[in-house]
Write a protein that binds this ligand. Structure first.
Ligand code: NAP
Length: 314
């Protein structure tokens, strides 16, 4: 297949581009050429790179046409955040591609009713990002174009900090846990986060490309096999380094006073969603078989953070 990947050098793209290239597809990677991939691989020298600034090209009204002119049979869109962006791409690609794959997010779901949440759950997105992604999903599924949507959880991989046991991105939380020092958690620590290794997301995209007939017209969650409670996550991280987690559970209003406004907002976003998503559909229809549990993915990332001096064991 001739595959164009929009945003093929980011968290997901760093794993997806090499996987598709290794599976003998012809790859055209579209980006601004600013970001270095997170993973070294011979694929980066072998694939075609096309530099387009999507924001500027969309404003000029020619982004969709620029992608259509690449003559790809498959387009994977990893950087679509606005309904207008999706519309411009679809209008240009309709009738000219065999398969459009869009990267969504589990934030298309709001508060859960039954868990694990399935793809069939009514969309109750809240917040700007989730609401926009839910609108894009609804549009794409009715847009008379061969489409598949994958909804990843919190991306994890070596090279960046994962969502931590306090539900934000401050790597200091990991240092405190590894050193057996006190960590404050909000409420009773039973809210959840649902990570996924970026390479498992890449695996699922490859399966969706290669099993097009099972994937067409469908949305799939792409997460690890099980979500984590904040408290359980913290306890396991400390245990890896022979420590017992020293957790202090604080009511939300008290907890939020102890952190920056930004950290409080990010934590609130995670705990208000408390995602716990099912992967049964992707397993059954696509054969998705994640290599990493949430904890295995985080551990790999944590080792990278320690090696690069961003988390300290003493
Ligand atoms: N991050 C998460 O935890 C998470 C969770 C769930 C879902 N998602 C979804 O996953 C998708 C991909 O996220 P990601 O975290 O892999 O992205 P990312 O790491 O930020 O990568 C973005 C990619 O797009 C390119 N890019 C950025 N701005 C561009 C522009 N204006 N024009 C052209 N290319 C541009 C970047 O390269 P250049 O900078 O070189 O242009 C890079 O290749 C998104 O749809 C997001 O909603 C993410």
């Amino acid at each position: 297949m001739r595959v164009a990947i929009i945003g093929g050098t980011g968290h997901i793209g760093s794993f997806l581009t090499p996987r598709l290239w290794s599976a003998n597809h012809t790859i055209i990677c579209v980006s601004r050429g600013l970001k270095e991939p997170y993973q070294q691989h011979p694929a980066w020298k072998a694939i075609k790179r096309v530099e387009i600034d999507r924001t500027a090209a969309e404003a000029a009204g020619n982004f969709g046409e620029s992608i259509a002119k690449l003559n790809a049979e498959v387009v994977i869109d990893l950087t679509c955040y606005r309904l207008e962006s999706a519309k411009q791409l679809v209008e240009a690609l309709r009738g000219r591609v065999k398969h459009l794959l869009h990267c969504g997010t589990i934030w298309v779901h709001g508060p859960s009713v039954e868990v694990p949440t399935t793809e069939a759950a009514p969309r109750t997105a809240f917040g700007d990002y989730g609401t926009r992604k839910a609108a894009i999903e609804a549009y794409l599924l009715s847009a008379t174009i061969p489409v598949t949507i994958l909804h990843p959880g919190h991306l994890v991989g070596p090279g960046w900090a994962p969502v931590n046991p306090a539900g934000n991105f401050n790597p200091e939380i990991f240092s405190l846990l590894l050193q057996g020092r006190q960590v404050n958690l909000p409420n009773i620590g039973m809210e959840t986060v649902h990570h996924v290794h970026a390479d498992d997301v890449a695996q699922c995209f490859v399966r969706a490309v290669e099993q097009r007939s099972s994937a067409l017209g469908e949305s799939f969650h792409v997460v690890s096999p099980a979500a984590l409670t904040l408290r359980g996550y913290a306890e396991r991280v400390s245990a890896w380094y022979g420590k017992v987690a020293q957790l202090q559970l604080l009511p939300w209003e008290e907890w939020r006073q102890q952190v920056t406004e930004r950290e409080a907002a990010v934590t609130w976003d995670h705990i208000a969603h408390s995602p716990n998503c099912s992967i049964a559909k992707a397993r059954t229809l696509l054969g998705y078989d994640p290599r990493y549990s949430s904890l295995e993915a985080v551990r790999e990332s944590l080792e990278w953070l320690i090696e690069h001096g961003m988390v300290h064991t003493s």
